[in-house]
Design a protein around this ligand. Structure first.
Ligand code: GLU
Length: 480
């Protein structure tokens, strides 16, 4: 079997998007599963859309996810380099000339205005899929020469063969076929001498010896165009697999403008999601493992990856599931590591000047079970940082007739203790129960609200310890 070589070929038009990240991830898993190569190629021919730093950003977030290419512009293999399309223009020109010579392509001098005019006419005549009218196909060699000599700009078009069927077995969708009559003579080379995506991609995939092309479903209709070039050039085509769409919770195709879902890796990193969790989550976005288990390390995923289990139906981006997966990973973290993850968020929101490392570790430990991302701690733990105030809905607890009784009883015990740790505080809570004869909700809620101002929070004894003895006593006295 030929060596597996796959590629991820982003355009450097922005940060790493969830859709692209997933494409990269499945290519990576596929490559690693078969001991193949995972190649990163930069498709930068859409020069107006390229953004400064786009390539670095792609690489940075791929690396963050743990997806490191075997070959890339930064790590080239001489026989395949260069890895940026704009550095490969000579090659595209050479192949375009070959196609011209063999009559598989022709020069088209139609101006954008003429083309638009003609497409308009076709639309008005009720033709649904408008296509190039082949005017320039019929130019004589002499006419072509004259136009060129006059310096008229031209594109190079592929002359789409008549009456042909292009078919292939898609790794995901099975047998797919397209008729050449549905495809107009398309542009290989633009007038500015830059190739179109469909042209460059074939030359690159061939010359980089790509064995499998796994990409998004939006490229399915490009595949017959690419297949026709493989055939014209006498090259063996790679195997294709088109992954289904990612949809939102309303089952609509994820659009970059959809603000209900964060779509860029940078956003998840900023919020304190873990790269391993993102990797795991994305692997389940359009692929399913055989059993019930859903949490896997990268190594396990490489081991069990099977392209036959890539989904045929759209995969829903489930935010709740992502939170769940990330929570599983946060739970497994060591406390110092989790504190390190959460620290910058807390430091940005609150004054941590007199909080010790121990105090912070204890705080984080109280929320470790429930935390779904690092930044979430800021909101969850606000009662430990904000100036004391009683929540609107907690006010009522202070009017219960049991509240002053339990608060007084607790105060009396608390004032007498020397140590202020959870064991000790638990003990005096029990004593308060015996002293006052009040237990359960009236006991715990009364003390909690009087001391913290909040109805809910982590374990009461731990809450009181974290708030500190002096602070608690002062607040309880005030409550009375
Ligand atoms: N540059 C293309 C994209 O970002 C790559 C498509 C392909 O994998 O063939 O969509």
């Amino acid at each position: 079997m030929k060596k597996v070589r796959v590629r991820y070929a982003p355009s450097p038009t922005g940060h790493l998007h969830i859709g692209n990240a997933r494409t990269a991830l499945f290519n990576y898993l596929f490559a690693k599963h078969y001991n193949g190569d995972f190649v990163l190629r930069i498709e930068d021919t859409d020069i107006e859309r390229n953004v400064e730093g786009g390539e670095e950003s792609q690489l940075y977030y791929l690396h963050w996810l743990g997806i490191d290419p075997d070959e890339s512009p930064q790590n080239p293999k001489p026989q395949y380099a260069p890895y940026r399309q704009m550095e490969r223009l000579d090659l595209y020109h050479e192949i375009a000339n070959q196609l011209l010579k063999k009559g598989f392509a022709y020069k088209c001098f139609c101006t954008p205005e003429e083309l638009e005019e003609d497409y308009k006419k076709q639309t008005e005549a009720g033709i649904a899929s408008t296509r190039y009218n082949r005017k320039c196909l019929h130019l004589s060699p002499q006419e072509v020469q004259e136009k060129e000599a006059a310096g008229l700009p031209y594109t190079i078009r592929c002359r789409v063969p008549d009456h042909k069927t292009y078919q292939f077995d898609d790794l995901i969708r099975g047998h797919v076929s397209f008729e050449s009559k549905d495809i107009g003579d398309w542009v290989l080379m633009k007038a500015n001498g830059i190739p179109t995506y469909n042209f460059a991609v074939v030359i690159d995939d061939h010359s980089m010896e790509i064995s499998h092309v796994l990409r998004g479903e939006e490229h399915l209709s490009n595949t017959p165009k690419q297949l026709m070039l493989y055939e014209m050039l006498g090259w063996e085509a790679p195997k294709f697999g088109h992954m289904t769409l990612i949809v939102n919770e309303q089952h609509k195709k994820l659009s970059k403008r959809d603000n209900s879902i964060l779509q860029y890796m940078s956003q998840y990193k900023e919020l304190g999601y873990l790269p391993q969790a993102m990797f795991n989550f994305m692997a389940l976005l359009g692929w399913s493992p055989p059993g019930e288990q859903e949490i896997f390390t990268k190594e396990q995923l490489i081991e069990i990856f099977d392209e036959g289990r890539l989904s045929k139906s759209p995969s829903m981006f489930d935010k709740g599931k992502l939170a769940w997966v990330n929570n599983r990973y946060l739970r497994e973290m060591s406390l110092p590591d989790l504190t390190k993850l959460c620290y910058p968020y807390l430091a940005k929101a609150y004054d941590l000047k007199d909080k010790s490392e121990d105090w912070l570790n204890t705080l984080v430990s109280l929320y470790q079970e429930q935390l779904s991302c690092g930044s979430e701690l800021v909101g969850l733990a606000e009662q430990f940082f904000k100036p004391f105030h009683v929540e609107e809905e907690a006010m009522e607890v202070l009017t219960w007739e049991t509240t002053p009784i339990v608060v007084k009883a607790f105060l009396k015990r608390a004032e007498a203790v020397l140590e202020w740790n959870t064991d000790e505080v638990r003990k005096i809570l029990k004593e308060t129960m015996n002293d006052s004869g009040i237990k359960g909700k009236p006991l715990y809620m009364g003390i909690r609200v009087a001391a913290s101002g909040y109805q809910h929070g982590p374990d009461l004894a731990s809450t009181l310890v974290l708030l500190g003895k002096d602070e608690v006593l002062e607040r309880l006295n005030k409550a009375i």
